[in-house]
Design a protein around this ligand. Sequence first.
Ligand SMILES: [Zn+2]
Length: 256
Amino acid sequence: MDFLFVFLLGLAIGSFINCAVYRVYTEQSMRGTSFCPHCRHSLFAKDLVPLLSWVFLFGRCRYCKEKISVQYPLVELAVGLVFLSSYLFIVPALSLATLFYLFFVLSLLSFVFVYDLKYYIIPDFAVFSLIGIALLYRFFHFFTEGDVNNLLYPVFSALGAFVFFFLIFYLSKGKGMGFGDVKYVIFMGLFLGFPEIIVGLFLSFSLGAIIGLILLTLKKKGMKSEIPFGPFLITGTILSYFFGDFLVDWYFSFII
Ligand SMILES: [Zn+2]
């Protein structure tokens, strides 16, 4: 039952993220009822059931029949699956506090992923919340467990990643990546620590290069048009969080 609950929680958070992306971009308050952005008709519970409403309405608004973007069910399903797989994968090893922390981080990361992909910017409130919560979590662990390395390694990972990205940003005059990415890697270092930060960045750049080449071949994006880097950084972060140890061990098994 708990698996189903976690999946449904992910679906609901995915639905909330869709709404948040729209409202943050249009600078509306998060309060007030949902409405169709096309006909402004208020939406009710039956219109807002994650996945199912979109499917049973055949991807159209119940009131004006305008198409509803496939982004809505896709984001809901993706966040549901991310929650479910992290729960299945890590729950035996985690305390309840860490589980809440992880789900909070995953929710914010999903929001940034969609927002950056759509609008090519990482909102400051999101990246600063991520940095804040990761720092709090590291301090919390330091004070409860007392191992200073669990604080120092992440802090130095964050500083190192920040300096590295700032240099790329500075030398490429902002063409290589946005300043949002430079701020994001501070979180990435705090969240992943060392050596997972290296694995995470390596995966992000590799993914970016592969997807960039595929898009270029398909001529979806010209050489000059930008591909947001945030979604690659986020994918690298999540993969490294779950598989970082494993990848490091695997890599060193070749060397030693
Ligand atoms: Zn409508």
